[in-house]
Design a protein around this ligand. Structure first.
Ligand code: FAD
Ligand code: SF4
Length: 510
């Protein structure tokens, strides 16, 4: 009897052992299903990039001589859900055994487990052979600790993998070089264009329109720049190592009106669908550093490697340690709706206009734009974490729940009460002005806390601490904020808090 092997849309790992030899009795299946288009509304580029890459992947497998069934969204046989399609294929091809790779999403993991329990044929589960850690390694590492400290996990990863180590000690005698990094962009180093692959996805777009898929965001050739094959993913990795790595860390927190990505790698999509692996990225970065130690400082290399072997693996581990409860946490009991300009970028606040506008145009924004501009505003203005999650999960090209929800609900919204972050990531206009040129051309005045054209971030910032005193006052990392608050002139504080109330009452018009 034949074996049926399911490949999910984020499991396009051509180096997986499944594909290393031709097996005559194996049929691979990839499917575009409505089920996956509807659990949240996605950015149009995300749908197109997933479908196009899945199609390329199926094509490559066929070229290598594997037997592949590809169900496109408009295929007459497509029942639009994994279960129904799988049942049909099992019957059609007289399948005797079903196999799948561990899904990275809790929802799909549950669905496939339930599906298999009902199966009358034999089944098996394989690892995705992508991550550096197993699902429950982070949970076991921290045991029953209340909060998880990424830095200690990261150090253990460095030690275990022997990355940037001299014996037991870190290369350069420090584990973390953040202190040397994270500068404002000063124009000293010329910016490079982000790599954009000009793919024509118009036929695919016509197909999803015909099928009535609901989506948001924009797409055109100039903005649709995603690597859609392993070859292109490797090209992006090379481009990053040669051109961007030398300044990655220095400017990783900087933001500009006129440039969307500065020195960020934009490799998250290729990684999250497993076209390239963390090992390959680390090897390429270390290889580049080895060749150009005089040009590339350790701070750049360590900063980048920490994102890959630290943050990324850590977030995945937190996800498996804390789901499904994690998705229900709402520490501040926030309940506001997202302002309506989250869907069109149409706000007078220039930083949000640029960061959201860019997210809608490119399905991508860098970490600080997601955290310190968009997420910061959502948190200060008390948006419900469900709505915040839904938006982030929909809008970003790299958004898969395991890495989205941990960043959004955990790191950015502090809805987990401090499992991931030791304090809420909130900031007033002073931070945004320090790290960007957004404030220079803004309708609002970043220096003002109240009154005409006062920047909303300023009053909302103090309102946030004031309204959450019971929850935050005793946090050792923010206690000093409350000391500052107590020292405020009473009348001045009153004006700031009144200003915040006015803004909170008109967020859609800001
Ligand atoms: P670079 O800045 O070049 O970093 C390199 C790589 O490090 C990334 O490709 C990514 O794989 C990894 N990385 C860096 N930071 C993180 C992090 N915090 N968590 C996990 N991996 C990280 N990343 C996603 O992949 N998917 C998401 O849905 C997602 N949602 C986010 C939501 C919020 C509110 C925040 C604050 C961050 C989110 N991130 C998410 C993390 C980070 O912003 C993106 O990984 C990054 O912007 C992707 O662009 P890049 O490849 O150029 O990253
Ligand atoms: Fe954003 Fe305020 Fe600066 Fe305007 S002044 S760009 S709203 S931080």
């Amino acid at each position: 009897a034949k074996k049926l092997r399911l490949i999910l849309g984020d499991q396009l790992n051509s180096r997986h052992h499944w594909f290393q030899k031709k097996e005559r009795d194996v049929i691979y299946v990839l499917m575009e299903v409505m089920q996956e288009q509807q659990y949240v509304m996605h950015h149009v580029q995300k749908i197109l990039a997933f479908f196009a890459t899945m199609r390329n992947f199926a094509h490559q497998l066929k070229k290598l001589g594997h037997e592949v069934v590809y169900l496109s969204l408009d295929d007459a046989d497509n029942q639009q859900s994994f279960d129904e399609n799988l049942n049909n294929l099992i019957e059609k091809y007289h399948i005797g055994r079903f196999e799948y790779q561990l899904p990275d999403e809790y929802r799909l993991d549950e669905q496939l487990k339930t599906f298999c329990h009902k199966l009358e044929i034999d089944y098996g589960i394989a690892d995705t052979e992508h991550f550096l850690t197993t699902r429950y390694e982070v949970r076991d590492f921290f045991g029953d600790k209340k909060s998880y400290l990424m830095e200690s996990f990261y150090r253990s990863m460095r030690t275990r993998l022997g990355i940037l180590m001299q014996g037991k000690d870190p290369v350069g005698d420090k584990w973390n070089f953040d202190h040397d990094n994270r500068k404002k962009y000063d124009g000293k180093v010329p910016l490079k264009k982000p790599v954009i692959y000009n793919h024509d996805v118009s036929a695919l777009k016509t197909m999803i329109d015909k099928m009535g898929v609901k989506y948001f965001g924009n797409v055109d050739a100039e903005h649709f720049g995603w690597p859609l094959s392993r070859k292109e993913a490797l090209q992006s990795l090379n481009y990053f190592c040669e051109n961007l790595l030398p300044h990655f860390g220095t400017y990783e927190d900087a933001m500009l009106n006129e440039h969307i990505s500065l020195f960020h790698s934009r490799l998250s999509f290729a990684q999250n669908i497993k076209m390239i692996s963390p090992q390959e990225i680390v090897a390429a970065v270390l290889g580049e550093w080895d060749k150009r130690k005089d040009e590339i400082s350790l701070a750049q290399v360590e900063g980048y490697i920490r994102q890959i072997i630290g943050w990324r693996e850590f977030m995945r581990g937190v996800y498996w340690a804390k789901m499904p409860e994690f998705a229900t946490l709402n520490f501040f009991r926030h309940k506001n709706k997202l302002p309506k300009w989250f869907w069109d970028g149409n706000t007078k606040m220039n930083c949000l206009n640029k960061c959201i506008g860019q997210s809608l145009d490119y399905a991508w924004a860098h970490h600080i734009q997601r955290l310190m501009v968009i997420g910061n505003f959502a948190l200060l203005s008390g948006c419900h974490p469900d709505d915040v999650d839904e938006w982030y999960l929909g809008v970003y090209i790299d958004a898969l729940q395991w890495v989205e929800i941990t960043n959004t609900r955990g790191m950015s919204q502090f809805a987990d009460g401090g499992i991931i972050a030791s304090k809420p990531y909130v900031a007033s206009a002073a931070y945004i002005n320090k790290m960007s040129d957004y404030c220079k051309t803004c309708h609002y005045d970043y220096k003002k806390k109240h009154g005409d054209r006062a920047c909303p971030f300023n009053s909302l910032y103090w309102n946030f601490f004031d309204r959450n005193a019971d929850k935050l006052e005793h946090n050792p990392r923010i206690g000093m904020m409350y000391k500052t608050l107590q020292k405020f002139d009473k009348a001045e504080l009153q004006k700031i808090l009144e200003q915040a109330e006015v803004y909170l009452g008109m967020v859609d018009e800001l």
